[in-house]
Ligand binder design. Structure first.
Ligand SMILES: O=C(O)Cc1cc(O)ccc1O
Ligand SMILES: [Fe+2]
Length: 427
């Protein structure tokens, strides 16, 4: 696959098998080149300001409307019911979510979707959901699209994240038992965070976002191709007799894209103190309140720790935001044990959290030489201004909730020495 690069750019692309397939100078010729159908995909209201206006023109073999009616299907475990269980402010941690064995049951991306937590309202386009997918089989003659919002999808083996924006169809192939995390935001799109005093460059650089070029298949599927749609939180399926991946040419700024987390340009403290994790924001889905996100996607990438006279791991914290964390690979610096790749944790609004007792003891005594932090590791956080509710699957059916999580802080003891200002005086 070839890619164009840039974040949110206006691009044009033609499948090289059909040169000249993009109409010249207009979007709706009476007859399109190669007798294609013109179809607009709108990712924003027509009337959005230019800076947030998103749409693409697709030139396809058949328009998307060539399908049989949608019917409700009973697959996966997606929900947007945030009242399934009573609220629970406790620190929650999940062991690695179990992937079904292919030898026992074939499960693809859609049938392996499970909603873990979320908040807000799908119908008024305000909120988010965090889903886990657990699958062992490729989607065969099936594709998926989400009417409710954008899906930011990451899986465990690569460090590549795929935001599939609202309405875009995709089909996921897997080569082994596969697990991953999805951050869904309703009604808004992910953006690059502003850089402020950092300047014009840094964090996730726009040119590292890759957009696939046009490529079509003109494939009849007599047995039926199934288009699955998540609409108002429920799954529906419609049959058609051709592949939907029939776009010969397109232009616009509303496209699928992918980003490799290894390209993240890490900025951090080079003098003293632990900077807030917002310095590691890859993408943000903004709310209408300035500086307040529906959800931020934040990573904890491999880097150098060099801060002097500093307790270097994450500080103890209570936050008005909700913090869901996952681990793609390696170990997270604040929790050496218990937080495992493929698991997760949720520290809800104002719920205390921070390094486990072991981490505190070690980091308080450590010699502060320059040190590689998180080599071979990729942890991430979905941080939201909404107060998240956990689903029945998350609390019970997944059978992965770690009942002993709170014990990692139990050994914390007072070191208070009221008569001695040990160790440091003013600098
Ligand atoms: O480990 C966490 O919970 C996330 C986190 C990271 C950090 O560097 C500072 C604060 C914080 O809550
Ligand atoms: Fe925190």
């Amino acid at each position: 696959i070839q890619y164009l690069s840039g974040f949110g750019n206006e691009c044009t692309s033609e499948d090289p098998r059909c040169p000249g397939s993009l109409p010249e100078g207009q979007n709706n010729p009476q007859v399109c080149p190669y007798n294609l159908y013109a179809e607009q995909l709108s990712g924003s209201a027509f009337t959005c300001p230019r800076s947030t206006n998103k749409r693409s023109w697709l030139y396809r073999i058949l328009p998307s409307v060539s399908h049989k009616p949608f019917e409700s299907i009973d697959e996966g475990h997606v929900t947007h019911n945030w009242d399934e269980v009573d609220p629970d402010p406790n620190q929650l941690r999940w062991k690695p979510f179990e992937i079904p064995k292919a030898s026992q049951k074939k499960v693809d991306f859609v049938s392996g979707l499970h909603t873990l937590c979320g908040a807000g309202d799908i119908k008024s386009n305000n909120g988010l959901a965090i889903h886990i997918f657990l699958c062992n089989t490729s989607m065969e003659n099936r594709c998926f699209y989400n009417s409710d919002g954008d899906f930011l999808i990451g899986e465990g083996h690569t460090s590549v994240y795929f935001p599939f924006q609202r309405g875009m169809r995709f089909s996921i192939d897997v080569f082994e038992e596969t697990r991953g995390y999805i951050l869904e935001v309703y009604g808004v799109h992910f953006e690059l965070p502003d850089l402020g005093p950092i300047g014009a460059n840094g964090l996730a650089n726009p040119r590292d976002f890759l957009i696939p070029v046009a490529w079509y298949e003109d494939r009849k599927v007599p047995s039926g191709y199934t288009v699955i749609n998540k609409y108002q939180g429920k799954l529906f399926a419609a049959k058609q007799d051709v592949s939907p991946f029939n776009v010969v040419a397109w232009h616009g700024n509303y496209t699928p894209y992918k980003y490799n987390l290894k390209n993240f340009m890490v900025i951090n403290s080079v003098a003293f103190d632990h900077a807030d994790p917002s310095i590691f924001t890859v993408l943000t889905a903004k709310s209408v309140r300035p500086g307040v996100a529906i959800a931020d996607f934040v990573i904890f990438p491999p880097r150098w720790g060099v801060a002097d006279k500093t307790f270097r791991p994450p500080y103890y914290h209570r936050n008005c935001m909700s913090e869901f964390m996952g681990l793609i690979q390696g170990h997270y610096e604040a929790k050496q044990g218990g937080f495992l790749p493929g698991g997760g944790s949720l520290h809800s609004t104002m719920t205390p959290h921070g390094p486990d007792a072991d981490c505190f003891e070690k980091a308080s005594k450590a010699k502060l030489a320059p040190e590689r932090i998180a080599d071979g590791t990729m942890a991430f956080m979905f941080e939201s201004s909404l107060s998240l509710a956990v689903t029945k699957w998350g609390l019970k059916a997944s059978r992965c909730l770690d009942e002993n999580y709170h014990k990692c802080w139990e050994p914390l003891k007072s070191h208070f020495t009221p008569n001695s200002r040990n160790p440091a005086g003013p600098n």
